[in-house]
Design a protein around this ligand. Sequence first.
Ligand SMILES: *Cc1c(COP(=O)(O)O)cnc(C)c1O
Length: 384
Amino acid sequence: MDLQSLKNSVTSSPAFVVDATEVTNTLKVLEELRNQCGCKVLYSIKALPFSSVLELAKPFVDGFSVSSLFEARLADEILAGQGSIHLTTPGIRPDELDDIASLCTHISFNSLNQYQRFGDAAKAKASVGLRLNPKLSFLDDKRFDPCRPFSKLGVDIDELCRSTCLDQINGLHFHTIFSATDFTPLIKTIEKLQSRLGSRFASLKWLNLGGGYLFNRIEDHSRFIDMVRRLKSDFGIDVYIEPGKAVIGQAGHLIATVIDTFISDDKTIVVLDTSVNHNPEVFEYQRQPELHEHEPEGAYAAVLAGCTCLAGDIFGEYRFNKPLKMGDRVVFKHIGAYSLIKANRFNGHNLPDVYEVSSEKVTLLKHYDYADYRGQWVRDETVS
Ligand SMILES: *Cc1c(COP(=O)(O)O)cnc(C)c1O
């Protein structure tokens, strides 16, 4: 369904809409990649752990990748034993280790200390590896760079090479990039790993290359395919990828309604019934989301603003062929990843309704109301 029809079919606003056709199309690209090179594909559920997305993904993937006990529990509920669950996190708590190890098939410990404390207990139930910091930065923004100086993510490659742990573990994991549309960083990282680890690779059972690549927006996969084939044939290891944003980023949209317009310092301000509450990365990283109605050459400019008290709660300035008026709907598109999962009810504004759209049908999946808000903020009854 196109965005114009979608806008007219959705009955409430604001609305977060998952386009099932788009998710499936992306999953088919990943499935094709899997068939061509034999890599295994996990969906990194932290980008959007909504159950309908997990159900859509399940037939196409080898499992899910998770960052916490709760994500592992949800992944397990959906997979019901039919797939792998890989976990890596700096945040393993001693009291959660047993449950994590029971739910997850693969655990990549984030530090040598974490491995030494929990490795033996975990090995009884899961395949155990380490998250590696290859010490190769490809991102200018340090906030996203796991290889930044003084990184908290993964074991330094030089430290790993000196340690005896390498001979005791089943796998290695690295994840060093965000929204990449070119495989060069991955190829360079693998080259560095091979030059440092050499034949010690062969003692491993698996290598997890992390997420961060927008496979559906890369035309030519041949360099990736060749690399995975070579890793598999040279070392006999399983190779995993765990994309998040690639799976859901293009497939999520936020529909909002104009609830006020006025002029401020000669600019038109359009207030919406949504806010950066529903897409916090707009404010966190000062990114302007794509707007379906934006006409680059349009005669009318307007600042689209959110409805909270925060002065910087602004989506950005856009252009239109005619002025927006009260009741008009707009669609922020391709915001499926890291939006709803970070959404909050700051100022007491409700979370958006959640819909799924397929080629001909729109279905309401989730509606929150005052009881949900109240449940979060009214203290529990004390048991005396
Ligand atoms: C966030 C994350 C992913 C998914 O990243 P995308 O950029 O959404 O593809 C995969 N693996 C790890 C370890 C992550 O932290």
